[in-house]
Every structure is written in C-alpha cells, then in structure tokens.
Design a protein around this ligand. Sequence first.
Ligand code: ACO
Length: 330
Amino acid sequence: MSLLDTFKEKAKANKKKIVLPEGNELRTLKGAVIAAQEGLAEPILLGDKAEIIALAEKEGLLLDGVTVVDIAGSEHLDDFAEFFYELRKHKGMTPEKAAQTVRNPLYFGNLMLMKGMADGLLAGADNTTGDVLRAALHTVKTKKGINTVSGAFVMILPEDTYGDNGVFIFGDCAVNPDPTAEQLADITISCAETKQSLIGGDSTVAMLSFSTKGSAAHPNVDKVTQALAMVKERRPDLMVDGELQLDAAVVQSVADKKAPGSEVAGKANVLVFPDLQSGNIGYKLVQRFANASAIGPILQGMAKPVNDLSRGCSVQDVVDMIAITALQCE
Ligand code: ACO
C-alpha cells in the first residue's frame, strides 16, 4: 500500500468535515465529490448554491455526501461579522469592514473552523498562497506553543536508500521567506511533529546549512546554530542536530567524516532548510531530478488544519489534500 493510500485509509476511519471555500471552482467541486464518494471526508462547499448545483449537473456529478453552503444567504453572517470585528478591532477593523470581509469565502470558511462548524479547510485552486494564508492568519492563528506557520512536504523518493525508507519531511518550503532563529526553531519543531503524526517512526531532524559543525563562519550559519540551541531547550526529547550540510545529513560515510558522533548525521529523515529560497528550490530539485513525489505543502503550526493548493493543482491533488487535511484534524 502506498503512503498516500495509508493516509486515505486513516482519513476514512475518522471522517472529518472539510470546508472548501472555492466551491464554484471545477477541480475543487470534482475533488469534493470524489472525496465524498470514497468516504475520505464530509466536504462542505462554499459558494453560490444555484451555480454549484448547475455546474454539478452539467458535469454529471452527484452531490451525495457533499454539503453546499450559500454564504450570501447564510444565517451566520451577522454572528461571524461581530466575532471577526472583536478579533481584529485592535488592528483597526471596523464593524462595516468586518461585515464585508466575512462574505469572502476564505474568511467565512476559517470562521466556520473557529466556530466548530468544520474541522479543516482546503483552498488555493483559485486564490494565491498569500491570500489563503492571510485569511487563516487573521482568524484561526497559530496553535499553542508555536508562533510560526510553515509549510512542509512529504517527499517520497523512488528508492529507499535515504531517510525513513525513502520518505522525508522537508520544511519550510512554502511560507517564511527569511525566518529568524526563533521562527526557524518553530519550523523545526513543527516539521518533527508532522513526521511523527503523518509518517510515524523515529524523527531524525537535520537543520541544514552550507556549513557542517563550524566548517564555515557566517551570520547565516549562526542563525541555524542559535535555532538549534532553542529547539534543544524547548524539546529535549527530539533527535535533532545542526548545522549540517545536506550530504552530512543523509550519507553515513560523509557524516562519519564531517560530523562524527552525531546521532542524526547520516540518518536524517526530516530536513529543515534555513530559509524559503533553499527550501522551495530544494524540494523542487528532488521532485524533478530524483523523480520523487512531493505531497504538500502541508501547513503546520495553525491552530486548526488549513491547507493551500497550488493554482495548477489537479483534481487528484484536491482529493489527496482533502485526505491529508482530514488527517491533521484532532
Ligand atoms: N506565522 C504566523 N503568523 C504569521 C506568519 C507566519 N509565518 N506570517 C505572518 N503572520 C501574521 C502576522 O504577524 C500578522 O498578524 P496580525 O495581523 O495579527 O498582527 C498576520 O499574520 C498577517 O500578516 P500580514 O502582514 O497581513 O501578511 P504578510 O503580508 O506578512 O503575509 C504571508 C504573510 C502571506 C505568509 C507571506 O509571508 C507570504 O506571502 N509568504 C510567501 C508565500 C509564498 O508565496 N510561497 C511560495 C509559494 S508556495 C509553493 O511553492 C509550495
């Protein structure tokens, strides 16, 4: 059974309500219908109800098991507007602006999460990453103990030589352009937790750099070692080491030379990149040149599961991410 199939079996065993704010978008609609048919989740589509029903009929899709919520006629608009105003008034939010903002499906969906009407949210087929993230950051915010939202990928290599039988968690590949040491520490802890919750087994976490254990001196290297010290203090239970070059992190013979005695070097299955440039480029290099599957970005650190699709996503991507979002729900 593939890892993705395992994720789907787990999602089926504990069906969650996943809200999809882009209900009028065809790939989203098709993905929701398939997810309902396969029993992966209870999808909730937001949008113009008449339009969604007409689109489903035109495409020959049955909406069995899919709930459609029409925001324009929702009985929750006033309550959501008042709640959102209270949440953001310290940031200059006005009652008028709040009433207008909650009609935006991204905000309406996140407020459904906060009100316990849905368990997780998936969007991004139509909206940019920034818009999807901002709506969630303005509402559900971060979970207790983590101040930084980040984006991880499950990377599945065609061979099992490296990582956890060829499986890695890479992060942050999606959100924080230039994290501080504190943010890098949050990202590292979130990546280790994502490995634990999605894949299981031991997490061996490498904090990557262009330097291994002081081989180079630079403020960028210092940032990684400062973040490592914070992680060790906050989570002494984690198997984490840095700063490590990629080869020292995953190749035992190189680790023996460059980082002797490290319990992580040579065995890493969680790779934490020092910034978004290296993280985003890094996962795409492995995906393209090593023919690896890249599942994600899986957003981590949010108080409720919220995930972002690529605007180039396929229907299958929507289905897969519905299952993963469901798995992240408590
Ligand atoms: N974690 C937690 N909170 C955050 C984060 C974060 N990473 N980033 C911003 N915030 C908070 C801010 O503090 C602010 O809080 P407040 O308003 O309550 O004070 C709130 O979120 C919104 O901040 P804004 O300033 O309005 O949003 P900003 O313009 O900083 O945008 C964003 C944040 C959207 C995450 C931005 O950093 C971004 O666009 N990142 C890059 C995303 C991207 O393009 N990724 C690459 C594509 S994805 C891919 O290829 C897989």
